[in-house]
Design a protein around this ligand. Structure first.
Ligand code: PMP
Length: 394
């Protein structure tokens, strides 16, 4: 064995959980991802999807992708910068910008590359990037790739954010970046207070709407719209991999910022553009979201019902205000065990362990879709109660 292999073997934690038979990752789904899926001959209730609007299996979204592939081909074979821009990309950008209330938008191949490419190229070594300590990994990587001074504040702790702002040179750019909805625990950023501090310290704000889009605000325009603060937020990021039922991501902002990003974001310039099928499917999902308000109502009905049922059953669910419901376990091994027990009972949920959360906050994450029925939610709650009780967690 080489030195590298020896070193990696020392840290092979997955092997330990495989040996225990509770390794929960890379489970294969054999078909479309709706509220119920087939996995290894088993029929499973899906409570681990981020497709909040429930559109990944929608015939119109699928058909739009097929049609685009027929017209434009299977890929763009180049970067947006050079030969990879389709009229379809530009149309989606225009509609996304209008939807979230900004001048312009740019589409990237994934949400991850939006954050890593945008955050790393906006500020220089004299500036500051300030993040919530629970921000998504893609924000963390964008921050690490930048040459700016990097500051973090305790999760949603506005006094700590102010303390960080006080450390900054008043003449430097201070870019505050937050998840609008925190992806593992489902709570919201305290945007009103962040905006107040923006004005006090002359800062700039970027909000990641990955889990807010299609869920919060009028027609699902996001958390910034929910708070009525779109005009106060300088950059809005979103992804197509959740409510827009596809793959890709975007950044929206005023024209001066977008023009800078168009010529400087490395993940935009040095990576191939989004496929025609993915772009067209996202565009169709965006139209459906705007034309079918009943979908948003159904999502909130399912969410409120599930929140009530999980609370009544005695689960610790933290401060969630969204379709993301964390069931705290607070032990890594038991988090895997409860995931396995739930799966054996026919419920797919996601285990969340560090670095996706703090070590003392491990949890299983339940996510609702507009298409979940009360019967499916009742069944999931019942099976999760059984799994948690089997491990003395309830
Ligand atoms: N931001 C947040 C908050 C996310 O949860 C995710 C995906 N889990 C991303 C960004 C990255 O998005 P994508 O899946 O499109 O790469």
């Amino acid at each position: 064995m080489g030195l590298l292999q020896e070193k990696l073997a020392k840290y092979d934690l997955p092997q330990k959980f495989m040996a225990q038979g509770v390794y929960p990752y890379f489970r294969e789904i054999e078909g479309k991802q709706g509220t119920e899926v087939e996995m290894g001959g088993q029929h499973v209730l899906m409570f681990g999807s981020n497709a909040y609007t429930g559109l990944t299996g929608d015939e119109r979204v699928i058909e739009a992708g097929i049609k685009a592939m027929r017209k434009y081909g299977s890929g763009c074979a180049g970067s947006r910068f050079l030969n990879g821009t389709l009229d379809l990309h530009v149309q989606l950008e225009k509609e996304l910008a209008a939807f979230v209330g900004k001048d312009e938008a740019l589409c990237f191949s994934t949400g991850f590359t939006v954050n890593s490419g945008v955050i790393s190229c906006l500020t220089d070594r004299n500036d500051y990037i300030i993040c919530d300590d629970r921000d998504h990994a893609s924000i963390v990587d964008g921050r690490r790739l930048s040459f700016s001074q990097q500051l973090k504040y305790k999760h949603n702790d506005m006094a700590d954010l102010e303390k960080q702002l006080q450390k900054c040179n008043p003449d430097s750019v201070k870019l505050i970046i937050v998840d609008g909805v925190f992806s593992m625990e489902g709570d919201l950023a305290n945007l009103p207070e962040i905006v107040r501090l923006k004005h006090k310290y002359n800062a700039t704000i970027m909000v990641d709407e990955a889990h807010g889009l299609g869920v919060f605000g009028k027609q699902g325009r996001g958390v910034c719209d929910h708070f009525g603060l779109t005009h106060e937020v300088d950059l809005i990021m979103g992804t197509f991999s959740k409510s827009l039922a596809s793959i890709g991501g975007f950044i929206a902002a005023d024209s001066s910022i977008i023009n800078w990003l168009r010529h400087n974001a490395r993940t935009y310039i040095f990576s191939a553009s989004n496929t025609p099928a993915a772009t067209a499917s996202a565009l169709e999902a965006l139209h459906i979201i705007q034309n079918e308000p009943e979908r948003l109502n159904a999502l909130w009905e399912a969410t409120n019902y599930a929140l009530k049922r999980f609370r009544e059953a005695g689960f610790e669910i933290g401060a969630t205000e969204s379709p993301i419901i964390p069931l705290y376990v607070r032990d890594t091994e038991k988090t895997f065990m409860v995931t396995k027990l739930a799966f054996d009972e026919g419920v797919f949920i996601n285990p969340v362990i560090p670095p996706a959360c703090a070590p003392q906050d491990t949890l299983v994450r339940v996510a609702l879709m507009a298409t979940h029925t009360k019967e499916q939610i009742d069944s999931a709650v019942e099976k999760l109660v059984k799994a948690f009780k089997a491990l003395d967690l309830l």
